[in-house]
Design a protein around this ligand. Structure first.
Ligand SMILES: Cc1cc2nc3c(=O)[nH]c(=O)nc-3n(C[C@H](O)[C@H](O)[C@H](O)COP(=O)(O)O)c2cc1C
Length: 196
């Protein structure tokens, strides 16, 4: 049985948001090509500054040489629990506009937004994501032969969630620890509410 970590919210936040979380225990069950493509297409329907769509993706299913090469780029703390991931999606940002020179200051923002849509689509198919910044960016850039204006943002582990008990420590404890958030009072600097 997969572990659920539904957010305990004060206001009635949508279930799709409350139920998203970043597990580390994956079953290893493969994700089909069609499901992977559905998840990637969902990302492309994000908003982006002047509809530039600066997101680029590289996907590798478990059992392929590219999956193993990407696994090797992960930080030590990300390796133990990724052995059971079903796929990696490398999220890349094109940091310039079409002329290849003018910087796109919104690129990282827009890629993050696309990654969230990717995640919500995956969740709707019972597939979970765990984003990772802990990987060797230079190694990934070399491995994928990235152009100078294409930068790695995160590697996204995808898979079907499994039991926390299957993880070794400290990941098992992290899997079971409730999700917490800063209170609204800490992150909202100012609100001008109307009377109603
Ligand atoms: C940009 C980014 C980088 C992250 N890097 C890692 C990572 O390298 N390893 C890891 O275990 N989790 C990583 N995470 C996952 C976060 O720790 C996680 O989203 C956060 O603790 C909130 O938990 P939740 O997603 O379950 O709500 C990363 C998340 C983001 C957005």
């Amino acid at each position: 049985m997969k572990h659920l970590k539904t957010a305990l919210t004060h206001y009635p936040v949508a279930d799709s948001i409350k139920n998203r979380w970043s597990p580390r225990s994956f079953s290893g069950e493969p994700i089909t090509n069609d499901n992977l493509n559905t998840i990637l297409e969902a990302a492309t329907w994000s908003f982006s500054a002047i509809n530039e769509q600066p997101w680029r993706y590289v996907a590798a299913q478990k059992g392929t040489p590219l999956f193993d090469q990407l696994f090797d780029t992960l930080a030590a703390g990300n390796k133990p629990w990724n052995k059971q991931a079903s796929a990696f999606v490398v999220s890349l940002a094109k940091t310039t506009f079409a002329d290849g020179i003018t910087p796109n200051g919104s690129a990282q923002h827009d890629v993050g937004a696309a990654n969230m849509l990717l995640t919500l689509q995956a969740n709707s198919m019972d597939i979970y994501t765990h984003l990772m910044g802990g990987f060797d960016r230079a190694k990934v850039a070399a491995l994928l032969q990235l152009e100078a204006d294409i930068v790695p943002v995160v590697i996204i582990a995808l898979g079907y969630a499994d039991e926390a008990e299957k993880l070794e420590e400290p990941f098992k404890t992290r899997e079971l620890t409730p999700r917490i958030r800063k209170p609204l009072s800490e992150i909202i600097r100012q609100t001008a509410h109307s009377k109603n």
